[in-house]
Design a protein around this ligand. Structure first.
Ligand code: NOJ
Length: 515
């Protein structure tokens, strides 16, 4: 099924760090509206906002206290409506980050749920039936006798959608058909309707596989999301579901239109850019050599085999998001030169999927080491620093004397203003890639993908509508000589000489249309 994601180029915005219009040191929705022209001029067709709901910000907004309200620091629900309308006026779409599986401990539902007396919210969350007997969950919270199950941090109690196979020994595990679990599901549908009414074009669902507990074969979770998709489709079939699942084959089976390979679950995505100890800040689980590294010791097959499996399973029913990075992992530019970064970006924009660019990656913003944690970001803080617009105060992010996070204080960090003026900048290169991607059907998610060589260099073709593009990427320092089929036009290249055969020097790439 072909959706608008097939040829989309998405821009992920971490709202608190994008652009502050009221001088309080925190980005806001009016700031995003003010920068829509910039985003459109870059060529992005869709924006995804990290959570904007009212929150305790113990986990940067993934700890919601009111699902029906924009966090006051970002503005109002009317600002969100305006943002959607302004995006739509420019032919762009908006993705809302839906935290479907948990809330903040300070959400009024949880406050009620933590009370020892029975009430409407007693079963809105999952509680064991004794604080002392059961080792599960967070214990000793409030006066309720029991422990609550979390989804992520201690402050994020899991909403109760029920258990696939409740353990008869643990009567607190309710079946998914229990009226209180059905009430949780109904509330989720209400939340979806609410944000659709304000103009939302898609939902990025946080931890989408986490809702139903103990779902060993995933069948209950699939049924749940299919039901939600059907609900959305009866209202507006253009509104799409994007999963944070980390397994596109599973997520698309569950009814999502898109999912990503991520840093968690397996090493496929990490193996591309973030395997080295220094670049692998959050998951020391996977260590070794990135494919995109000058030492040429990585293995593209770690990623490729997984991607090809996913593409085969998906079989055109959805798309894989090709992320430059996100708010959870070190930035793509971290410990990379501009040439290395351009090679990585060329790969991401020519692979069979939908590019998702994390704000600031289009100018090569760096991961900042050693920044004290803010809002539950911990080591992720260095990837969440304010957008660098220009040379001014706080790099144009905010007029405040005390921005909630510092900008890159080193001399001459990349900024939009400086890069706009330099034809060879990462920004102008990214813009060229976005144009090429948008204008070339062969590069859209559903364009044919054939691998010619899965080593250094990585060589593949993309084809659609009678046009075939040849792509060769060599992230290593080693030079290679290849004999590709005849080219009609070279569309992009770096450190590559086409003549008698093709000479790829270190850190090189070429994208060419075949004759
Ligand atoms: C995934 C989000 O991307 C991450 O930032 C968050 O901390 C967890 N889910 C918990 O909601």
């Amino acid at each position: 099924m072909k959706t608008w994601l097939n040829d989309a180029v998405v821009y992920e915005i971490y709202p608190q760090s994008f652009y502050d219009t009221n001088g309080d040191g925190i980005g806001d929705l009016q700031g995003i509206i003010a920068k829509l022209d910039y985003i459109q001029e870059c060529g992005f067709t869709v924006i995804w906002l990290n959570p904007i709901n009212e929150s305790t910000f113990f986990d940067a907004g993934y700890d919601v206290t009111d699902f029906y309200k924009v966090a006051p620091r970002y503005g109002t629900n009317e600002d969100y409506r305006e943002l959607c309308a302004e995006a739509h006026r420019r032919g762009m779409r908006v993705i809302f980050d839906l935290v479907a599986g948990h809330t903040s401990v300070e959400h009024p539902w949880f406050v009620e749920s933590a009370k020892p007396t029975r009430n409407d919210y007693t079963n809105r969350y999952i509680w064991t039936d004794s604080t002392f007997d059961s080792p599960e969950g967070i214990s000793g919270y409030g006066d309720r006798d029991g422990n609550y199950i979390t989804n992520f941090f201690w402050c994020q109690p899991a909403l109760n959608y029920g258990y696939a196979h409740p353990d008869p020994e643990k009567p607190w595990q309710l079946p998914v058909t229990h009226p209180d679990c059905l009430a949780t599901k109904q509330e989720l549908l209400n939340i979806i309707d609410f944000w659709m009414d304000l103009g939302t074009d898609a939902f990025r669902v946080d931890m989408a596989s986490s809702l139903i507990k103990g779902d060993t074969d995933g069948s209950y979770t699939r049924a749940l999301w299919h039901e939600i998709r059907a609900h959305i489709e009866t209202r507006d079939p253009e509104v799409l579901l994007i999963a944070e699942w980390g397994s596109p084959a599973d997520a698309i089976d569950a009814g999502f239109h898109c999912d990503f390979l991520l840093h968690s679950g397996n090493e496929a995505y990490t193996s591309l850019f973030r395997m080295e100890e220094g670049r692998n800040t959050f998951k020391r689980l996977y260590t070794g050599h990135s494919y995109f590294n000058r030492d040429g010791q990585g293995d593209i097959r770690t990623y490729l085999n997984r991607l090809q499996y996913d593409l085969q399973q998906i079989d055109g029913r959805g798309v894989v998001g090709m992320i430059t990075g996100n708010h959870d992992i070190p930035r793509l530019a971290y410990r990379r030169t501009e040439e290395e970064l351009k090679a990585a970006l060329t790969f991401l924009f020519t692979m069979p999927g939908t590019p998702f660019v994390y704000y600031g990656d289009e100018i090569g913003m760096d991961y900042l080491e050693g920044i004290p944690s803010k809002e539950g970001a911990f080591t992720r803080t260095g990837s969440r620093t304010p957008m660098q617009w220009d040379e001014g105060k706080n790099h144009g992010f905010s007029e405040s004397d005390t921005p909630y996070l510092p900008t890159d204080g080193r001399p001459e960090p990349p900024t939009v203003a400086a890069q706009a003026a330099d034809p060879d900048s990462v920004l102008n290169f990214t813009k060229r890639l976005i144009r090429l991607h948008r204008d070339t059907a062969a590069l859209h998610a559903d364009g044919a993908f054939d691998v010619i060589a899965a080593g250094y260099p990585f060589v593949y073709t993309r084809a659609a509508e009678g046009k075939t593009l040849y792509v060769a990427i060599n992230p290593s320092d080693t030079a290679y000589r290849l004999t590709p089929p005849p080219f009609k036009t070279v569309l992009l290249s770096q450190n590559t000489v086409v003549g008698d055969g093709m000479h790829m020097n270190g850190v090189s790439f070429i994208v060419a249309e075949l004759a």
